[in-house]
Each structure stands twice: as structure tokens, then as C-alpha cells.
Design a protein around this ligand. Structure first.
Ligand code: EPU
Length: 323
């Protein structure tokens, strides 16, 4: 366990106070968790998100297994401190003054395991990268999971968001889901008992995804590889490579958000270090200097124009957190 000195978005110099229970939670967790778990104070979140903006979390914990995760959840709820789970941070926009409370990251290798069992099943932990899962499916000649390869997230994030691409969604490929209840109990349930819709799974608003069993279709390595290459090419031809949080808005029923932004003539619009991608209208990219305020400002400009000129209310797909 490490004990850095606080120097963060929270503190007198920024006028932002940490959560009143943060210091007590920090010392509780440092006492209770095993040395393999990390307990960090004032941890910068910008480098833990693909958008690369945002302030610090008062407390960030990387538990080394499910026992320490459960201990963390119980301690946070006893302290009355809000908590968030961070996956690969690819669908997240953290505001510039950071996050008051606890952030839990499932980055420890314990949560990143992927193993095959049965004829065509792959069990993956919440911290496993979707790209790794797609590659493991290729190594095992299992088709149907190729769409996951280009989504820059983790299995946990994909479960929470019912992530999708190329007309396929995570939940269509699940057999079972492993989760932790808010009071730290582990459950495993059939995926078809868990309702999920376009980019949303209500259960994971308060429960934590621990992993899932994915179903592939028997195929050949060559066929899976060909499909992976095809989707990879499509992705790089239509989506920007610069730091982003993927698509910013959910697609409204009337028109894909990217096409709408394009038709509104907003591609290339810049605010500070952020701009609307010239490649795809539903991406905001960071040129390296952007702040969360720049990105939020652009989001509001797009929403206002869509509302005024087309009567369309755009809803963000990225999760916006912090102060
Ligand atoms: N389009 C434009 N101009 C643009 C962008 C798109 O005219 O600047 C048009 C395209 O030509 C196409 C339509 O809009 O006719 C839809 O675009 P695209 O095929 O790129 O798909 P999308 O709906 O914008 C969705 C997901 C992506 C996923 C792709 C590929 C959402 C919000 N986005 O994008 O997911 O990668 O399909 O399957 O559902 C994400 O969730 O973060 C994400 C990137």
C-alpha cells in the first residue's frame, strides 16, 4: 500500500474540500486491506481515462481480489461516502475539480483473467480488456466476439453500458454474469435474467460487475482473424485516433448523432484544447491541452444547436462525473 501526500484538486489552493469522511476512510482501508491492494489519496484521474482530462479522486482503491473489494464497499457505505467504479475510463468524462469520495478501480491482474471452458465459452473478469477478450476468442477459433475488439474498454464497462459496435451488443453474447451486491455479496446469475437496453444495464447502477461468461460460435482462426481485420479497417476509416471518450451522445431515434452533428456543420468546432472530430461528428477529441470544461462547453453547444434547429434533445452517452 502506498501513502502519497495529498496534493490535489481538493484542498485550500483550489477552494475544493475533500469529502468530510475521506481521511477516516483512507486510514480504515489502509488498516483493513491487504498489502497487495492499493489505497491512494488524491489520485489524478486524467491519466486513468482515455479522454485524459479531469481532477483527482479523494481516495482511489485497487483491490487485489473480491474479498478486499467487498471490504472496501462495506467500509465506504459505513462511512457514508459515495463510490464509483472505474473501468478503463474510456466512456468517462471527469470534471476538472475531480471527484469527492471513493473511486474503485478493478485494474489488479486478479480481475483481468480470461479462460476458456466448455466448447465455446470464455470466462472474463471485469478488468479484462475487450480487445484481449476478442483476441482470446480468435486464439480459440470462436466467432461472434469480434465486435468487441475495437471498443477501448473493459469487460466491466461493457457490462455496465451494454457496450456495442457493428450492430452487436455485449448482452447478446452473455451466458452468465458475476456481480457484487452493494453490501459486498458475490452472486452469479443467468444473463437473460438481467434486463439491458441500448447502452444501459440498470442493475449496475448500484451493483458491481465482476465478470461474465461469453459465448462464441465455433469457427476457424482464419475466419475470425479476417472478420477482426475487416472491422478494424472500418473503425479506423470512420473514427478518430486522437484521445477521446468514444461517442459522446447516444444515437437519438431520429438520426445517428454523428450524422446530425455533421449536418449541423459543427465538425471541427473548437473550444480551448477540445474539438469536434473532423472524422466523426459524435467524437470530441483532446489535442493534449483540453480541460473538462472545454469538452463540456462543446457538448452544450452541440445540444443547444440540435435543440434549436432540429428539436432533437441529445443525451450524452459518456458518463460525466465529479465537480
Ligand atoms: N455519419 C455522418 N457523419 C459523421 C459521422 C457519421 O454522416 O460525422 C453517418 C455515417 O455515414 C452513418 C451514420 O452516420 O451513415 C452512423 O455512423 P456510424 O456508422 O459511424 O455509426 P454510429 O451510430 O455513429 C455507432 C456506435 C459506435 C460504434 C459504431 C460502429 C453509438 C452512439 N455509437 O456509431 O460506438 O463504434 O456504431 O458500430 O451507438 C461508442 O459507443 O462510444 C461508439 C463509438
Amino acid at each position: 500500500m502506498t501513502a502519497p501526500t495529498p496534493s490535489s484538486t481538493a484542498g485550500p489552493e483550489t477552494g475544493v474540500e475533500p469529502h468530510p469522511a475521506a481521511a477516516a476512510l483512507l486510514s480504515d482501508l489502509r488498516r483493513q486491506l491487504r498489502p497487495e491492494s492499493s489505497v491512494l489519496a488524491n489520485e489524478p484521474l486524467a491519466r486513468r481515462t482515455t479522454m485524459r482530462v479531469g481532477g483527482c479522486a479523494d481516495v482511489l482503491v485497487e483491490p487485489c481480489d473480491e474479498t478486499d473489494l467487498a471490504t472496501t464497499l462495506v467500509a465506504a457505505s459505513a462511512a457514508g461516502i459515495p463510490r464509483r467504479v472505474l473501468g478503463r475510463g474510456s466512456n468517462l468524462l471527469v470534471r476538472d475539480h475531480g471527484l469527492r469520495g471513493l473511486v474503485i478501480s478493478l485494474n489488479h491482474p486478479f480481475f483481468a483473467r480470461i479462460e476458456r471452458f466448455g466448447d465455446c465459452l470464455l470466462r472474463a473478469g471485469a478488468g479484462a480488456r475487450l480487445k484481449e477478450l476478442a483476441n482470446e476468442a480468435r486464439r480459440n477459433a470462436l466467432a461472434g466476439l469480434e465486435f468487441l475488439a475495437g471498443i477501448p474498454g473493459s469487460v466491466g464497462g461493457a457490462l455496465r453500458m451494454n457496450a456495442g459496435a457493428w450492430n452487436a451488443m455485449t448482452f447478446e453474447r452473455l451466458e452468465t454474469i458475476r456481480l457484487m451486491t452493494p453490501d459486498g455479496l458475490v452472486r452469479e446469475c443467468p444473463a437473460n435474467e438481467v434486463p439491458a437496453t441500448y447502452r444501459r444495464c440498470e442493475l449496475f447502477v448500484d451493483h458491481l460487475a465482476l465478470g461474465a461468461v461469453f459465448r462464441g460460435d465455433p469457427s476457424t482462426r482464419e475466419a475470425v482473424e479476417a472478420r477482426l481485420n475487416e472491422l478494424n479497417q472500418k473503425r479506423w476509416a470512420s473514427q478518430p485516433a486522437a484521445p477521446s471518450a468514444g461517442c459522446i451522445f447516444k444515437n437519438p431515434a431520429a438520426i445517428p448523432a454523428g450524422r446530425l452533428v455533421d449536418e449541423l456543420g459543427l465538425k471541427g468546432l473548437r473550444l480551448g484544447g477540445a474539438s469536434i472530430s473532423t472524422v466523426h461528428g459524435n467524437f470530441i477529441v483532446n489535442d493534449g491541452q483540453a480541460t473538462a470544461a472545454d469538452i463540456l462547453g462543446l457538448i452544450e453547444q452541440v445540444r443547444a444547436k440540435a435543440r434549436e434547429t432540429r428539436g432533437i434533445e441529445l443525451e450524452t452517452e459518456v458518463e460525466i462525473i465529479g465537480e
